[in-house]
Design a protein around this ligand. Structure first.
Ligand code: URP
Ligand code: ZN
Ligand code: ZN
Length: 472
């Protein structure tokens, strides 16, 4: 692989912004600094452009069977979409679908082989018995250092508090990190039963049956379990102001707890669920209120929340009508499955490509976040928390040359026409964005050049992670 000198770009890291050259050799960053000389290198003039570390999305669900269908991006289309949005690493979830972790991971590895950017896995810990406990440490041999537990989805994914506590002691001893989905499964079960019995079937009932207080109390309960077990814990997809309050309360007391939010919780509210096409906004946990949006932005700005992931889990809005993807018609059953019953609407929405562009415009463009915070939240912090740093999330000599050449002036009218997410809608349709990826490099290889796709299925590498990552 030939050398590439990216000259005169504005380098943006989680802690600094400066003008420099960046030299890539053998897929790695070889040097960063002013006036670099590399006569053998091809030169790319990056004047007026920002050079960012490739995005790390710590939360995606690709090719995930649920609600009698499957999330509509597989490991190729979802990672291609990620790349177009400036994300070069994703962390997917392995479902515990088989009797053992090993079998579940092996089956997932086969599906994930076609990824076009680098990828890692979290393991869903949705059963906890002696056999699961005995096998848990062996996840490390599989390169998996994180497990996700749930306090919701009764009789499906939920673990009781005792099991979460036991698992926390094990993750602590193994140098692993537990992720937690915080909602109150019992309250949801009761409210859903009552809503259906009263004939309440529209999408807004998805939010009305999954109250914010359930997320708040469950988050605090999980932090208490984490403190008691002296084990780190990462709260996924934070969606309520109360969770930000609880995370702040816990961190102020020195607990080893961290949190993630997602763009949908920064921009959308229950009002969107009341639109005629409200099913597009159905995800779990649900979108909440404008006050929640505001508090989550504050949590990002003041450092209470460490990351912005996506929970990318797309479905078609109308999966009976094919779209063209790479010139071929594709239709995958989606939100129409719950046309007459909100409980049958597949939970999840697209976002892996949207994350950096919308967060840049709404966060950095509006002055809510600095460019360094943007890099920290979307790349460096997830890389550190999930044991990928400094290979990922950094512009340091020796790091993988995963880079985004970002045009901070570029204006686009965003939406499905620009999106490579394999679904028939985009939540940000018609949004005017300023700042957009121009070129994206994966380990030194140019994979996105404007609107041209140069990557290919299978070029993503599985990232075998090491235990003992820091708590930020
Ligand atoms: O609606 C969503 N987010 N589906 C994915 C599952 C989860 O809990 O993250
Ligand atoms: Zn979840
Ligand atoms: Zn998720």
């Amino acid at each position: 692989m030939s050398a590439l000198l990216i000259s005169n770009g504005t380098i943006v890291t989680d802690s600094a912004v400066f003008t420099a050259d960046l030299l890539i050799r053998q897929g790695k960053i070889a040097a960063v600094g002013p006036g670099l000389q590399a006569p053998d290198a091809e030169v790319l003039d990056a004047s007026g452009k920002l050079v960012l570390p490739g995005g790390v999305d710590p939360h995606v669900h690709l090719d995930l069977p649920m609600f009698g269908t499957v999330s509509s991006d597989d490991h190729y289309t979802g990672t291609k979409a990620a790349a177009f949005g400036g994300t070069t690493t994703v962390i997917d979830f392995v479902s515990l679908d088989f009797p053992t972790f090993r079998q579940s991971v092996d089956a997932w590895r086969v599906k994930a082989e076609k990824a076009a950017v680098d990828y890692a896995a979290h393991m869903n810990l949705t059963r906890f018995d002696d056999a699961v406990a005995a096998e848990l440490p062996s996840l490390l041999e599989m390169g998996i250092t994180t497990v996700k537990t749930f306090t919701a989805y009764n009789n499906r994914l939920r673990l009781d508090d005792g099991s979460i506590f036991k698992a926390l002691r094990m993750t602590r001893d193994c140098g692993m990190l537990m992720l937690l989905h915080a909602e109150n499964g019992d309250v949801i079960e009761l409210l859903v039963t009552e809503a259906l019995a009263s004939g309440c079937r529209t999408p807004e009932w998805h939010a009305r049956t999954r109250p914010a207080w359930g997320a708040v109390e469950s988050a605090l309960r999980a932090f208490a379990l984490s403190a008691t077990a002296d084990a780190p814990l990462y709260l996924v997809h934070m969606n309520t102001a109360g969770e930000v309050d609880m995370l702040q309360y816990a961190r102020e007391r020195g607990l080893k707890v961290m949190g993630e939010t997602c763009p949908q919780y920064l921009f959308f509210t229950e009002d969107d669920l009341r639109r005629p096409d409200g099913a597009k906004w159905i995800c779990s946990p649900p979108v909440r209120s404008a006050a929640d949006n505001t508090r989550l932005w504050q949590g990002l700005a003041n450092g209470t929340i460490q990351t912005v992931g996506t929970d990318h889990c797309p479905f078609f809005f109308d999966g009976t009508k094919p779209i063209l993807y790479e010139g071929k018609p594709v239709a995958i059953p989606g939100k129409e499955l719950g046309r007459d019953d909100f409980t049958k609407i597949p939970n999840g929405l697209p976002g892996v490509q949207d994350r950096l562009p919308v967060l840049w415009t709404a966060g950095v463009g509006s002055g809510k976040l600095t460019a360094q915070q943007f890099v920290a939240l979307t790349s460096t912090n997830p890389a550190k928390i999930f044991g990928l740093y400094p290979r990922k999330g950094a512009l340091l000599p020796g790091s993988d040359a995963d880079l985004v050449l970002w045009d901070p002036q570029k204006k686009v009218k965003y939406g499905v026409a620009l999106s490579h997410q394999r679904t028939d809608y985009n939540l940000y349709e018609g949004w005017e964005l300023t700042g957009y990826p121009e070129k994206v490099f994966l380990r030194g290889r140019l994979i996105v050049d404007g609107e041209t796709w140069l990557g290919k299925a299978g070029m993503g590498e599985f990232l075998h992670r090491q235990p003992g990552a820091p708590v930020l």
